[in-house]
Design a protein around this ligand. Structure first.
Ligand SMILES: C[S@@+](CC[C@H](N)C(=O)[O-])C[C@H]1O[C@@H](n2cnc3c(N)ncnc32)[C@H](O)[C@@H]1O
Length: 311
């Protein structure tokens, strides 16, 4: 696993427009200046670049992972993540401190509904709490927030709950494979204001994604929002996969056996439309990261979305 750098969102609905562009505003207008900064925002891909990306993925199909290994990895994806957290504990991912920049609605104090109302959030695939704790911290003074966090890796939940800042009066961390029925300690149906999915839908086999979405959407209140951030198709991390990594379609296994799928924006949008979720925002964040010392260009693509459950 490689950690994700800070990333930045464009809005479809003008009423949702944030005060500043959360995806950044450093645009590359002169190719000759590319190595003058570490990162460029909203970088369009040329046709050649898109063709090259397709060619790389076609080539990966000629060196797919061994079938027996693929079957083994697909049969127990939670075990791979659990082993990952048993080994790394809380030393791997960085805190997602960019969260409020992209999802300002998660600052419950900023919400215009009644100041007395509780706001219940579920963070899915929370790992060891790199989103949970920054979210708690930013809302610290607010007795309004109750934060549920789930992950299917028991070791992740163990590490999260062992943190000094874990406060059971305001937090509920529990083990749940979201492709299965919800356990008893999960939030009640139609009780949540927000569900946050950061790099988690990509960890699910495409055959199970509908079950996961249906389970999650069932927990949202009418009027509640699903917030998501995930890997986009042809992100650098997809194109860098070499031999024995491609399982099928756009699904890969990393060196540690964890799975990762690379979404097209339309694909996610259509999936959510099947559950009558209303699109508020959907954006591909295309960023060019530059290693100036080595003169290397790295093209990243992330999908960011906000979907409302209709009243
Ligand atoms: C790439 S990590 C992201 C962790 C965290 N959201 C973050 O951004 O730091 C994906 C996480 O999703 C969890 N996960 C994957 N599939 C899951 C499922 N079906 N149900 C619950 N958690 C899942 C993994 O255990 C892992 O912690």
């Amino acid at each position: 696993m490689k950690d994700e750098p800070i990333m930045g969102c464009a809005e479809e609905n003008p009423e949702e427009k944030p005060k500043c562009n959360p995806f950044g505003t450093r645009f590359l207008t002169d190719d000759a200046k590319v190595f003058e900064h570490n990162a460029w925002d909203d970088v369009e891909w040329s046709e050649e670049q898109q063709e090259e990306a397709k060619r790389i993925v076609e080539n990966q199909k000629t060196m797919k992972v061994d079938e027996e290994k693929a079957i083994k990895l697909l049969s127990s994806p939670a075990d791979q993540w659990d082993a990952f957290y048993a080994h790394n504990e809380n030393r791997f991912f960085k805190d997602r401190n960019w969260l409020l920049k992209e999802f300002p609605e998660l600052d419950v104090n900023e919400q215009c509904n009644s100041k007395k109302e509780k706001v219940e959030i579920l963070e899915v695939g929370c790992g060891v709490g790199n989103t949970t704790f920054p979210l708690m911290q930013v809302n610290n003074s607010s007795p309004r927030l109750f934060l549920h966090s789930c992950d299917y890796a028991p070791n992740a939940i163990r590490v999260l709950k062992s943190q000094e800042t874990y406060d059971p009066s305001k937090m509920n961390a529990f083990v749940w494979d979201i492709t299965q029925e919800a356990p008893e300690d999960a939030p009640k149906p139609e009780s949540l204001d927000y569900i946050v999915c950061i790099y988690v839908l990509s960890a699910i086999h495409p055959d199970n994604i509908r079950k996961a979405l249906s389970n999650l959407i069932g927990l949202l209140k009418p009027g509640g929002t699903l917030l998501l951030k995930d890997y986009g198709r042809y992100d650098l991390t997809q194109l860098r996969f070499k031999k024995d990594r491609l399982i099928d379609g756009n699904l890969y296994c990393r060196g540690d056996g964890t799975l990762v799928y690379f979404f097209e924006m339309d694909e996610l949008e259509h999936l959510l439309a099947e559950y009558r979720m209303e699109k508020k925002v959907m954006h591909v964040d295309r960023r060019l990261i530059v290693n100036r010392a080595k003169q290397v260009k790295m093209y990243r693509q992330w999908i960011q979305g906000k979907f409302l459950k209709p009243l």
